[in-house]
Design a protein around this ligand. Structure first.
Ligand code: PMP
Length: 422
């Protein structure tokens, strides 16, 4: 029986619960910012496969690029027989990435893998071991990346012991002060590790899973100075913020500060599997030949897709489009905030926008957040939540979304807010 209910039961019987799944419906086909499930129900997609679809579902140019590559070859393993498109993609990324001086880029498959490799590169080029990350950070699910992640439930619980030499300090955003971060860092250097043994500090310019928390401008400058003072490498994890989402190709362009290494993935390849680490030439050349790579790292189909994504982002001016859509959404949410006191905060950078829900006492309200999400879903709008307390709705619609689809999404959002909070 080809129904959502039947497949839901088969899924539960055949796959482990650890692979948590939000939807109880199954996708059949998709186009730009819309998709249809196997029962023919229509959805507007404000989730974008968790920040992967900045160029939308099956963009014709991305589809054409993958199809063309499919006719030529699908795999040689880049480390065995290289292909020119890997090199030209590296050249294109190197030309736009906010890194000081000449950059180099290596490709991998997932965001977690990019993070793992950024740490390996940092350790090997500094000859140091320590890594500092932030509370509420999310860097992936592989064992080192999850160790860097600053949230125990559900990501770390039961998976330890974690590798040594990883430290967490509070993230300086809207909900905490830079002074607290500075104090924690001082304490760390006093009690746990001398700065000369720290290889890298890794941070998200806007924390994604942690609640769409933009880092304070002054904190980025302070981090750069701290790193320069102690010879520590600064790694910006742009897996979620990258590729036009925040109104620039990379979020770091907002801060006037350049990191030594940048990780990227998600929207760089239009829904195919590709990630990358870019960084200063000398740093990137730290590991010896053979130390970096992977059977599928820089897969030809994904590389072809990424070339098309870069073309589309330039041709359709997606960074500018992100700012326009983000501004419209923020204005819309601020108006809703006037009507519902449960909306405690509306924040974002470009189109990386979120709103936060609290209860009558001002405490994080995950239930109300879930009610809004489910009320929207019943009306055919897919929304994602995030945040340490699960009380944030984040918006990750394709930047290619048509105006009438975007407006329809906002209308459903209003109806959902009224039903859940009114
Ligand atoms: N870093 C950040 C900032 C992310 O948002 C994510 C994914 N949500 C990752 C790393 C991990 O990426 P992946 O799931 O592709 O391994």
């Amino acid at each position: 029986e080809h129904t959502n209910a039947a497949w839901h039961a088969r899924r539960q019987a055949a796959t482990p619960r650890g692979v948590g799944v939000f939807g109880d419906f199954f996708i059949d086909r998709a186009k730009n910012a819309e998709f249809w499930d196997i029962e023919g129900r229509h959805f507007i997609d404000f989730a974008g496969g968790i920040a992967v679809l900045n160029t939308g579902h099956v963009h014709p140019k991305v589809q054409a690029a993958i199809t063309a590559q499919l006719q030529r070859f699908t795999h040689s393993c880049y480390q065995v027989v290289p292909y020119t498109e890997y090199v030209t993609l590296a050249e294109r990324i190197n030309a736009i990435v906010p890194i000081e001086g000449p950059a180099k880029t290596a490709f991998f498959s997932t965001g977690a893998e990019a993070v793992e490799n950024a740490i390996k590169i940092a350790r090997s080029s500094t000859g140091r071991s320590g890594v500092i990350a932030f509370g509420a950070a999310f860097h992936g699910r592989s064992l080192f990346a999850v160790s860097l992640t600053g949230k125990v439930q559900p990501y770390k619980a039961g998976f330890g012991p974690f590798p040594p030499e990883i430290y967490h300090v509070p993230f300086p955003c809207h909900c905490s002060s830079l002074e607290d971060t500075k104090k924690a860092m001082e304490q760390l250097f006093k009690c746990d590790i001398e700065p000369s043994r720290v290889a890298a500090i890794i941070f998200e310019p806007v924390q994604g899973e942690g609640g769409f928390n933009p880092i304070q401008q002054a904190a980025v400058q302070w981090l750069r100075q701290l790193c320069d003072q102690h010879g520590i490498l600064l790694i910006a994890d742009e897996v979620q913020t990258g590729f036009a989402r925040t109104g620039k190709m990379f979020a770091m362009e907002h801060y006037g500060v350049k990191p030594d290494l940048i990780t990227m993935a998600k929207s760089m390849a239009g829904g195919t599997t590709l990630s990358a680490v870019s960084g200063r030439q000398a740093v990137m050349d730290g590991p010896a030949p053979g130390g970096l790579g992977g059977t599928y790292a820089g897969h030809p189909l994904a590389i072809a897709a990424a070339h098309a994504v870069l073309d589309v982002m330039a041709e359709e001016r997606l960074p500018e489009r992100a700012q326009v859509l983000g501004d419209r959404l923020v204005a819309h949410l601020r108006a809703a905030q006037g009507r519902y006191s449960r909306i405690a905060d509306v924040r974002g950078l470009g189109a990386m926008v979120a709103c936060e829900f609290v209860d009558g006492q001002g405490h994080p309200d995950a239930d109300a957040t879930k009610r809004v999400q489910m009320a929207a879903l019943r009306r055919g709008l897919l929304l994602l939540t995030c945040g340490v307390y699960g009380n944030v709705i984040r918006f990750l619609f394709p930047l290619t979304i048509e105006d009438h689809v975007f407006d329809k999404g906002l209308k459903i959002l209003d109806e959902a807010l009224t039903e859940a909070l009114g």
